[in-house]
Design a protein around this ligand. Structure first.
Ligand code: C2E
Ligand code: MG
Ligand code: MG
Length: 605
């Protein structure tokens, strides 16, 4: 019943927001609309799949309605994603969604009626009792004493039934405002409490902290250990967080693995961060569940009223943006909202939308940077580096757009495209100049954790007649930090297929030496930030140590980012096997590659 009610409420909120947006209300922008849209979207699965909504699915065509609503939401989302808002399309999307108000309200009523049937039965039983009393009183043959006894007896029973009814009502009232699994306030009560907190803070001139808390990798916990363990994780997380906050504050479960905390009477941002840190600390000890010691952690996005925003809508959006930032920064941490963060988030979203089209519009290209052997200055191969030119002189760095592509999943098709483009380019150029060179491809963790990635990579190489043994895959150390079993298995499979594996950017990330031990590696790359600081004595010692470690493990060591002759000589002196950097060659367009290769081929003859 609550699933339908939630959808009805969220739909009305979205419609109201869309009307305000159309009326150019400055409080409602596209991000706010997308936020409302996402919430409504997230309310659909409990109705379409949840156990509690099973009875209502039996009597109504919930699936059909859900499917139509999904289409209408998608259409609205598309309209909002367009750079220039098409007012007519916006009006049509709004009308399309408004058409759902009545059917969803009817569905809500049907659900209400369903759950109300239990009450009706109670009512019928009460009616029976009163009928019995009436008959009894009319029975002429009964003595007064018997009549009074019966009356007292029946009144006692009806009182009991009334108590039962009251308790049932109280329970229903409780369920309407609380989450069944954790017993915490649900999103509905959370919204009320947040509105109350803001009104109270306005009167007292104090602040309110709002925290969005997300359990890290909850899906992986569910997939690995099953839903029963997943449920217990949520319950234990709720218990630990509830014990951390004050009684006057509110902790709510607002979606699957998302919690929210409202912290009243806060004086400054420091107070908000202090609670956020305590909540993260509450997860330091592992969870003991069903014989497993699980290391659970949370990411938290926090914001402060009134400093960061004066309305509930704005605060919810801020907390969401801050949570997103905390996750991007590597999870298991908190982030406090600020205006720069919002600007970055807006840019991220804009870039995310344009990136989807960039591929089709030919804005992506691949450059090739050479790597040389230090022993004989021989050209060993090229590293493929993607480029995105959004227009004349408007290049977006891969360090900015690769994480966006990772978060929206487009890294998978983009990565396949880089591989096939590079194999094709390299096969052509290298064959023309009869050079036996390798091709290095950077892989993102999102690509390697997909089950079928190895099959696809090999199929791409084979279809272009590119020998997989000439391929080298570069994987950054940092990306392996959260690697799961399938990622590690895929890396082993790639290695078994003959490709070389190189640990990129070594020495900056978490430098987990366990990866050196567990993975089948051929090479490691000294990170260019270390090479840039080679004039510092300590950095020099670190680089020498890493080079020696790599050699002891039988790995080739590549120094990357050598910009000067001095840096190049230092890397040679330390014993690096290969060097890459602007000093030896910048990343080149395919058009420049032929000229470069023919110069090299002439030099080696
Ligand atoms: P990376 O794999 O460590 O690539 C080396 C980066 O250093 C490249 O930056 C390259 O242009 C730059 N570089 C090379 N020599 C020098 C030098 O002497 N001085 C300086 N200052 N920089 C030098 P770029 O192309 O901006 O790429 C940045 C990162 O983006 C790459 O770091 C890689 O992690 C990622 N990336 C690039 N292309 C792809 C791709 O196709 N797929 C994936 N998943 N990631 C990619
Ligand atoms: Mg690389
Ligand atoms: Mg690197």
């Amino acid at each position: 019943m609550w699933a339908t009610h939630e959808i009805e409420v969220e739909l009305l909120r979205l419609l109201q927001a869309m009307h305000r947006f159309r009326a150019a209300d400055p409080e409602v922008d596209r991000d706010a609309l997308r936020f409302r849209l996402d919430i409504l979207w997230s309310r659909l699965p409990p109705l379409l799949e949840g156990r509690d909504a099973a009875p209502i699915r039996e009597i109504s065509d919930v699936e059909g309605l859900g499917a139509r609503l999904t289409v209408a939401l998608q259409r609205t989302s598309d309209v909002l994603d367009r750079a220039d808002l098409d007012e007519e399309a916006y009006a049509q999307a709004l009308a399309g969604l408004e058409a759902f108000a009545t059917p969803i309200h009817d569905l809500s009523l049907t659900a209400l009626h369903q759950s109300g049937q239990g009450h009706s039965e109670l009512q019928w039983r009460l009616d029976d009792i009163y009928t019995a009393i009436l008959i009894a009183s009319l029975g002429l043959g009964l003595s007064t004493l018997a009549l009074i006894t019966l009356l007292i007896f029946q009144l006692g029973r009806s009182q009991k039934l009334l108590d039962v009814k009251e308790r049932a009502n109280a329970r229903i009232e409780h369920l309407a405002h609380h989450d069944v699994l954790t017993g915490l306030p649900n999103r509905r009560l959370f919204n009320d409490r947040l509105a109350q907190a803001l009104a109270g803070a306005g009167r007292r001139s104090s602040g309110v902290g709002l925290h969005f808390i997300d359990v890290d990798s909850f899906k992986a916990i569910n997939d690995t250990f099953g839903h029963m363990v997943g449920d217990e994780v949520l319950q234990e997380a709720a218990r630990r967080m509830a014990a951390t906050i004050r009684e006057v504050d509110t902790l709510a479960r607002i979606a699957g693995d998302e919690f929210a905390a409202i912290q009243i009477d806060v004086k400054a941002a420091a107070g908000v961060m202090e609670l956020s840190e305590r909540l993260i600390k509450a997860f330091e000890q592992p969870f003991e569940i069903a014989g497993n010691d699980l290391q659970v952690s949370v990411s938290i996005g926090s914001t402060l009223f009134p400093d960061d925003g004066g309305t509930t809508e704005r605060l919810l959006l801020n907390a969401d943006v801050a949570l997103h930032r905390a996750k991007l920064n590597g999870r298991r941490q908190g982030a406090l909202f600020d205006k720069v963060m919002m600007e970055k988030e807006k840019r991220r979203r804009r870039l995310g939308v344009s990136l989807e089209r960039a591929h089709d519009q030919g804005e992506l290209s691949v450059r090739y940077q050479p790597k040389f052997s230090t022993a004989n200055c021989r050209l060993m191969g090229f590293e493929a580096l993607i480029r995105w030119e959004r227009g004349a002189n408007l290049e977006v760095s891969p360090t900015e757009f690769i994480p966006i592509a990772e978060s929206n999943g487009s890294i998978v098709p983009i990565g396949d495209w880089v591989l096939s483009t590079a194999c094709r380019d390299m096969a052509g150029s290298a064959a023309r100049h009869q050079l036996d060179v390798s091709l290095a491809i950077n892989l993102s963790p999102v690509q390697i954790q997909k089950d079928d990635c190895i099959r696809r990579f090999l199929a791409i190489a084979r279809s272009l007649e590119f020998d997989p043994r000439r391929l080298e895959f570069e994987i950054t150390e940092t990306s392996l930090f959260n690697a799961n079993a399938s990622t590690l298995a895929n890396i082993r499979d790639l290695h078994e297929a003959g490709a070389r594996i190189c640990l990129d950017d070594f020495g900056t990330g978490y430098s987990s030496l366990s990866h050196l031990q567990a993975l089948p590696l051929n090479a490691m790359k000294l990170d260019r930030s270390l090479v840039a600081r080679l004039d510092d004595h300590r950095t020099q010692c670190i680089c020498e140590g890493i080079t020696a470690l790599g050699h002891r493990l039988g790995l080739e060591v590549v120094g990357e980012g050598a910009e000067t002759e001095w840096q190049y000589n230092e890397l040679v002196r330390m014993g690096c096997d290969q060097v890459q950097g602007y000093y030896l060659g910048r990343p080149m367009r395919i058009e420049e590659l032929d000229g470069f290769m023919s110069r090299i081929a002439r030099a080696t003859v």
